[in-house]
Write a protein that binds this ligand. Structure first.
Ligand code: ATR
Length: 275
């Protein structure tokens, strides 16, 4: 019987995940289909009961359900539980198990360019869900030099305090982060600042950026944010959010099918769709 997969969210019409996964099912000759399902905030519990009843094989979870879904699942991967957000669910012998591939997707993307993250100082910009996923994933790997700057410092302090792995982290005010930017080798931008349509905004000035640093932005619309353009102007290497998006999908696909899919193929499809 054809296997069913889905992404649930609100809004969901513009999700690129169905095209990405259906292309992979075709490419790897897997008899399955991936649907975009519009699930409103108040309907999540009912939707989960329904998805379990129809024996869905797996699904992705996006805004606004990534946190609310936790208590509705049968089991949680320890890292997803620590992060407090789930973006991938696998039906394991009738039990719905929650994972988070966002953090690993981002970290894998960075490691494709900088394979050894241990001897670098890392600054995370932002302290929301994406920042938590990335910080906790880095911390779970034993990486110790990670600082955080966020508009609301209390949220950055909370993120660090809630991390179950030991990290030597400081919270930086925006001005301090801007002044001391030359102390960082890797900067990971996790906020929504600079995303279309507000493309002329950036979360902090990169005036003091080190020339040979590496700057990653989770945003992929636009492909080059003002933040990344400024980083490039300072001589830094940059990476947009396409890699993280593709890799979180690739990691989900691997959990569902056992196959780690062709990253280049996925990237080409996503870039085509973005026009
Ligand atoms: P996500 O789950 O996508 O990470 P989120 O949890 O809402 O989204 O987090 C958004 C992040 O972007 C936060 O770090 C937020 O800063 P605050 O914690 O101070 O709210 C940051 N952010 C969003 N809009 C911002 C703005 N206009 N200026 C500065 N930071 C902003």
């Amino acid at each position: 019987m054809k296997k069913l997969y889905a992404v649930i969210g609100d809004p969901i019409a513009h999700s690129m995940s169905p095209a990405m996964h259906n292309d992979l099912f075709g490419f790897y000759d897997i008899d399955a289909h991936y649907h975009a399902l519009h699930v409103r905030k108040g309907d999540l519990q009912k939707a989960i009961i329904g998805l379990k009843a129809i024996q869905i094989s797996g699904f992705n979870v996006t805004v606004p359900h990534k946190v609310d879904i936790l208590p509705m699942l049968d089991r949680l991967d320890p890292l997803a539980e620590a992060i407090g957000a789930v973006n991938t669910v696998v039906n394991e012998d009738g039990e719905l198990v929650g994972y988070n591939t966002d953090g690993e997707g981002s970290v894998k993307g960075i490691m494709n360019i900088i394979p050894d993250l241990f001897n670098h100082r890392i600054l995370i910009v932002g302290a929301g869900g994406a920042a938590r996923a990335i910080y906790f994933t880095l911390a779970s790997m034993g990486i110790k030099n990670i600082d955080v700057t966020n508009r609301t410092s209390e949220k950055a302090a909370e993120l660090i305090a809630q991390c179950p792995y030991t990290v030597n982290s400081s919270v930086l005010l925006r001005e301090d982060a801007e002044n001391d930017l030359d102390e960082y080798d890797i900067i990971i931008q996790t906020t929504s600042i600079g995303m279309a349509p507000n493309v002329e905004c950036q979360p902090l000035s990169l005036h003091n950026l080190k020339e040979n640093s590496f700057v990653s932005d989770i945003i992929y619309n636009p492909l080059e944010t003002l933040f990344l353009r400024s980083a490039k102007d300072k001589g830094a290497r940059t990476q947009n959010g396409i890699d993280m998006f593709v890799l979180q999908g690739a990691l989900a696909f691997k959990k569902w099918t056992g196959i780690f899919p062709d990253q280049k193929r996925m990237e080409k499809l996503v870039l085509n769709r973005l026009g």
